[in-house]
Design a protein around this ligand. Structure first.
Ligand code: ADP
Length: 165
């Protein structure tokens, strides 16, 4: 059974992430979405919120898929890969900038654990210019992000900024 990991911060999960998860789950037997916690990154959504939004989004967008799991990881991805028996980490590629960073990361991960390969999946045209950072920024000013993120995420973004006003 081929298990792959899809690591990320998912602050919050977007349509671009869902598309990569969708395609990975058709290609491989099992996909584990590994959500990074305790990283140096300051996040808008708490660990609990990010995880719930991933789970709810998967229910909304890919309701019949039974081969997708969600876990939180605190340490290195390669350490989790070693213990889970995953053969690859999936990363989405949007821009040449992504590629430069992702190649370095892939080489480092391979050096740390050469049983894990990084597989790049090109972003869908529809989502190629989308990032969690941009979504957070425009949502902050009340922009309508439906169509770019799952409905539950759009709702939570609205709630977050309404609360802070
Ligand atoms: P990280 O902090 O690890 O980059 P992200 O949550 O920002 O976490 O991204 C996780 C993965 O999803 C990365 O491989 C990233 O390239 C990919 N990704 C992010 N946004 C998109 C998108 N719009 N389309 C395709 N892949 C994406």
């Amino acid at each position: 059974m081929n298990t792959v990991l899809f690591p990320g911060t998912f602050d919050p999960i977007t349509g671009g992430h869902i598309d990569i998860i969708d395609r990975s789950s058709r290609l491989f037997d099992r996909v584990i979405v590994t959500m990074a916690v305790n990283s140096a990154k300051q996040t808008l959504f708490t660990d609990d919120e990010r995880e719930s939004l991933i789970r709810e989004s998967l229910k909304e967008e890919l309701p019949d898929r039974t081969n997708i799991d969600v876990v939180r990881i605190t340490g290195l991805l390669v350490d989790y890969a070693r213990n889970s028996g995953a053969i690859a980490a999936i990363r989405g590629l949007r821009t040449p900038g992504d590629f430069e960073y992702e190649m370095q990361m892939a080489m480092m991960n391979r050096r740390l654990y050469n049983e894990m390969t990084t597989i790049f999946i090109p972003a869908d045209e529809k989502y190629a210019s989308l990032s969690s950072t941009l979504i957070r920024e425009v949502a902050r000013y009340g922009a309508d992000v439906s169509g770019m993120v799952p409905a539950c995420v759009a709702r939570e973004l609205r709630r977050k900024w309404d609360e802070s006003r």
